[in-house]
Design a protein around this ligand. Structure first.
Ligand code: HOZ
Length: 427
């Protein structure tokens, strides 16, 4: 096996693909590293092009809740593949997955499949605007809802990682109708709604913010969004692209007990293939074309391979005790990492909801993007690099969540904690 295949692939990729990558965060720029090019993955492990093995806590940024190459998913894909890869016409699998999503999430009475989380949020917002006849969107600082023009305002994920306020190419007029407020600040939100609530088409929120590390909603925050949107006739959109089928089978809305008007999904419902979905109240969804006038379309939407992987994944999640086991594993990891920080006497804080978690090198309790930004990014970069050298694959950004899968055994997590103890002691 040649040495440094990743490096030479990256070198070539940079001449052919902007930044050498097809999505910015994975370039590892903010942590001063080069990306690893991946050749394969199995269970909790991911292997680079030089055949180095890593314990994977990125999980393809969320979809791989069962671990890589789960036998049921692979079998479903093989079966689907035997019938064809794309028809651009309705299939039974789309009806099955729609039925599974609506059964799992009671607020979703109808659902439309798309190809990514970005498409899902963009389409949900169009629907909210179409249904209300209003333009204004309210979002929260540090939340990332994909890269649609109107949503690149105070955004998390790559926008936060690369520390850019927005993006060239987005005309001011496209973001003029987007207001971004501090996450978890109920007072500011209520003030805004009291002043301009009747102009608001929708409020969109990550119920657990997973694109600025991991920030949990303070008690009453999500409920306050529900009450105010209902009062002012605005649509509440719950962005469950990360949390859907992750923090609970019914998503964060079942975990926290609130009922949005529309929800967006992606990641897990595609079982590792490119999928998104938006759905919600029947009276709203009936306004989507061709039933209604709000236009949205896609050649590959409802792709048979993606539907097959999604169905197999959702079936596997319904095994009794699945989420309890996953919670225990994620708790073992977060507790171990926080203890490692304590032993090393460095400021580390972190939170977890189900099997998604975040760790910050700061002594602040992180309840907002402002708090998240107090984290020591240099220390994070050193932590990332040294963990990677020891075979632990983390998201290359302080502003991304980590994901534990059902394939992460107690031993594997113990191994991770042991490495973290060594690394943190030297930070
Ligand atoms: N937006 C994803 C992270 N929250 C994907 C990042 C990537 O693939 O580079």
């Amino acid at each position: 096996m040649p040495i440094d295949t990743s490096k030479s692939l990256y070198h070539k990729a940079r001449t052919l693909i902007p930044g050498g990558v097809n999505s910015p965060v994975r370039a590892c720029k903010s942590v001063g590293a080069d990306p690893l090019f991946i050749s394969r993955a199995e269970g909790p492990f991911i292997y680079d092009a030089d055949d180095n093995r890593y314990i994977d806590y990125v999980g393809s940024w969320g979809p791989m809740i069962l671990g890589h190459r789960h036998p049921d998913v692979i079998a479903a894909l093989k079966a689907a593949l035997a019938s064809g890869t794309s028809f651009g016409a309705p299939t039974e699998a789309e009806v099955t997955l729609a039925e599974m999503v609506t059964a799992a999430v009671p607020s979703v009475e109808m659902v439309r499949m798309v190809n990514s989380g970005t498409e899902a949020t963009m389409s949900a917002i169009r629907l909210a605007r179409g249904a209300t006849g209003r333009d204004l969107i309210v979002k929260f600082d540090g939340c990332y809802h994909g890269h649609a023009d109107a949503l690149l305002v105070e955004a998390g994920s790559g926008v936060a990682t690369l520390n850019i306020p927005g993006s060239p190419g987005v005309p001011d007029a496209f973001t003029a109708h987007t207001l971004s407020l501090p996450y978890n600040d109920i007072d500011q939100f209520q003030r805004l709604m009291n002043e301009r609530g009747d102009e608001v088409a929708c409020v969109i929120v990550e119920p657990v913010a997973g694109n600025m590390g991991l920030v949990t909603p303070l008690e009453g925050f999500l409920q306050s969004l529900r009450v105010a949107t209902e009062k002012h006739g605005a649509v509440l959109i719950c962005d469950e692209v990360m949390t859907g089928f992750r923090v609970a089978y019914g998503g964060a809305q079942s975990y926290y007990g609130f009922t949005p008007d529309l929800s967006c999904f992606g990641k897990i419902i595609g079982g590792g293939l490119p999928v998104g979905a938006y759905g919600g109240r029947r009276d709203l969804m009936e306004q989507v074309a061709p039933q209604g006038g709000v236009y949205q379309a896609g050649t590959l939407s409802g792709n048979p391979l993606a539907m097959a992987a999604g169905i197999a994944t959702l079936n596997a999640l319904q095994v009794p005790g699945f989420y309890e086991k996953l919670d225990t594993a994620a708790d073992q990891l977060l507790t171990g990492l926080l203890n490692a920080g304590r032993k090393a006497d460095i400021p580390v804080t972190g939170k977890r909801v189900g099997s998604m978690l975040g760790l910050y090198f700061t002594d602040r309790i992180v309840n907002s993007f402002e708090d998240a930004k107090t984290a020591d990014l240099d220390r994070f970069s050193r932590y990332y690099a040294q963990m990677r050298t020891r075979g632990i694959y983390l998201a290359p950004s302080q502003f991304e969540a980590a994901f534990v899968s059902a394939a992460h055994s107690t031993d594997i997590i113990d191994e991770t904690i042991t490495d973290a103890e060594v690394v943190m002691a030297g930070l």
